[in-house]
Design a protein. Sequence first.
Length: 361
Amino acid sequence: MGGLPVSDELAIRSHRGQYTARFGTVDEWSLTGDGGEVHRYLVDANVARLHADRLAQILHLPATVILEATEENKSLDRIIPVIECLVDAATRRDDVLVAVGGGIVQDITCFIASTLLRGLRWRFIPTTLLAQADSCIGSKSSINLGATKNILGTFNPPEEILIDPSFLETLGPADLRSGIGEIIKVHVIDGPSSFAALAADFPRLMDDPGLLLEYIRSSLLIKKRFIEEDEFDRGPRNVMNYGHSFGHAIESATAFEIPHGIAVTIGMDMANHVAHARGDLHRGYRDAVHQVCEANYRGFLGVPIPEEALFDALSRDKKNVGSSANLILPTGPNASMAKVGVVIDDEFREQCRSFLVGLGR
Ligand SMILES: NC(=O)c1ccc[n+]([C@@H]2O[C@H](COP(=O)([O-])OP(=O)(O)OC[C@H]3O[C@@H](n4cnc5c(N)ncnc54)[C@H](O)[C@@H]3O)[C@@H](O)[C@H]2O)c1
């Protein structure tokens, strides 16, 4: 990435002890294992194809599993053949699983590492912006059950993460925007001044790898604060779900046609719309965040979001309590994030509907 000094690291405290996210390049990492360790690689098929030369030493290993990164494959049924491959390759308890890919390969690897042989160590080389700026830290694995997104999961941090920003050079614009969605999210959560700085830089983010790297770092630093305080998502970390109840519902309602981070971007905008309609958020801030969110999801406005499927998915969200949706909404003069129980009634449906209509649907 333009000769940028990328070698440094970030340490994260977890229930398993400390783990490290290191910035560097795969070329300087020992991919085949040190000290007799056996690495079992699970590699995103597109990454294996696009980065075949750099990853040659692991792609030639007989036990390496190549995975198509689709939401359908991130499901209980579809991970069984992956587990069978690892069992057939005589994976042992002291072997290390290594995920090379985005959030999907991460979730699959982390979930398998939580359960296979009652727990294996795992490491992660994130190759998407979303995974580098957000999902690589925080310990979560999530697996889908049918159309219900991320309903199965565990908390199982990797031992180590290697962030090599040069992987992003082959990422398509939709996946870049998806990662930018999560970057917007943490900066809005961090507060109006963080958001204002991001909003000023937003127009250059897609085309300036150095700037993007700065935002990868700042996003991880913001997230680190929340996950170290509340790794198991019982309290303060809940705010990281801002945009996610709507986002997951949008993903389900569109059969995953809208990438995760884009759905979250629409979800944040929708959450702000609802917060304003409830009298909890002032118009100026709602509009300022809308401008950035809309610029990020504009390319997906043509994908229809069926209303009933959206409400159905919202009512099945795992964060709900009783008949209320537990939403994270910005509230008050500082747009502080708060968990709000919202009954899914006619008034709420109308607020959601008016948002969708405002998008030109
Ligand atoms: N566990 C967590 O904490 C967590 C957090 C956020 C999101 N997620 C999950 O992550 C998933 C989304 O992950 P994602 O956005 O990282 O993408 P992804 O894993 O879905 O990959 C998106 C696309 O990018 C391709 N790809 C990956 N790296 C590439 C590269 N370097 N060059 C070219 N193409 C590349 C993949 O093959 C795929 O086609 C969702 O399932 C979401 O639920 C998990």
